[in-house]
Design a protein. Structure first.
Length: 255
């Protein structure tokens, strides 16, 4: 049995496909450990609540079989059922458990999902997925899998602004409104093969047939992670290559 929050379900549902011909991508896959996986073929997301909620905390829901327990395998919940579950949850509640859904299966393998506001519960019987869900674990990059990685952290607010710019710049063209980020790569190292570069990140969007946009997100700290440690933690000044300074330690700053 899994008890999963509304926000986790919402986040996963954002990555599902609305193409009805690709029915295996019209559902959120809920793993036995509570991970919610979804993909539309372009973006893949794996969302999981930061802390597990005990099954015993979930209220008794009329219509949900008493023998619904943990599922031995994954459960695929169609986006339509996800929407029904979310609607059944109160918008505001002093009881956090009411902003969650309960997902599990009976001993014979029949999966169920339920949500309630204590007045009008929703119970959904979930059919088996007619097809094979993508083997998403082959796509995910694991820590240490690649020798050289560049990490850039942007706030959700900045990402939303960039997305809006891309949409507006492409509103009069056939473009999808893509935004390109140019990650700076400099000669800057730290011990254990980790380096950071404190610099602006250039972005571009738009098309010649619509609007051309370019700009910079600043300041940004970009982490470079490599499996090849350097002997010294130094920063090479661009204007004066001979001048070397100790690179300050600390975590990457969010932009």
């Amino acid at each position: 049995m899994s008890v999963i929050s509304r926000n986790t379900l919402k986040i996963a549902a954002l990555a599902t496909s609305d193409d009805t011909s690709r029915y295996t991508l019209n559902a959120v896959r809920v793993e036995p450990d509570g991970r919610c996986v979804a993909t539309d073929g372009h973006i893949l997301v794996i969302a999981k609540d930061g802390s597990a909620t005990p099954d015993a905390d979930f209220p008794v829901v009329p219509g949900l079989p008493e023998n619904v327990n943990g599922s031995a395998g994954a459960v695929h919940i169609p986006t339509g059922i996800i929407s029904r579950l979310i609607k059944a949850m109160p918008t505001k509640s002093t009881l956090p458990i009411l902003t969650m859904a309960r997902i599990g299966a009976t001993p014979d393998g029949q999966a169920y999902a339920a949500a309630t506001d204590l007045e009008a519960p929703t119970v959904a019987k979930i059919a088996e997925l007619n097809g094979q869900f993508p083997q998403y674990e082959r796509v995910m990059v694991k820590d240490g899998q690649r020798a050289h990685v560049i990490k850039l952290t942007l706030s959700a607010e900045i990402l939303a602004t960039l997305a809006k710019m891309g949409q507006l710049a492409a509103s009069h063209s056939k473009s999808l409104g893509a935004v390109t980020l140019e990650i700076p790569v400099g000669r800057c190292y730290r011990d254990k093969g980790t380096a950071n570069i404190n610099s602006a990140v250039r972005f571009t969007t738009g098309t010649p047939s619509s609007v051309l946009v370019e700009g910079a997100i600043m300041p940004c700290r970009v982490w470079q992670i490599t499996n090849q440690p350097q002997e010294k933690a130094v920063h090479h000044d661009r204007q004066n290559p001979s001048k070397r300074q100790r690179q300050p330690s600390g975590k990457a700053r969010r932009c």
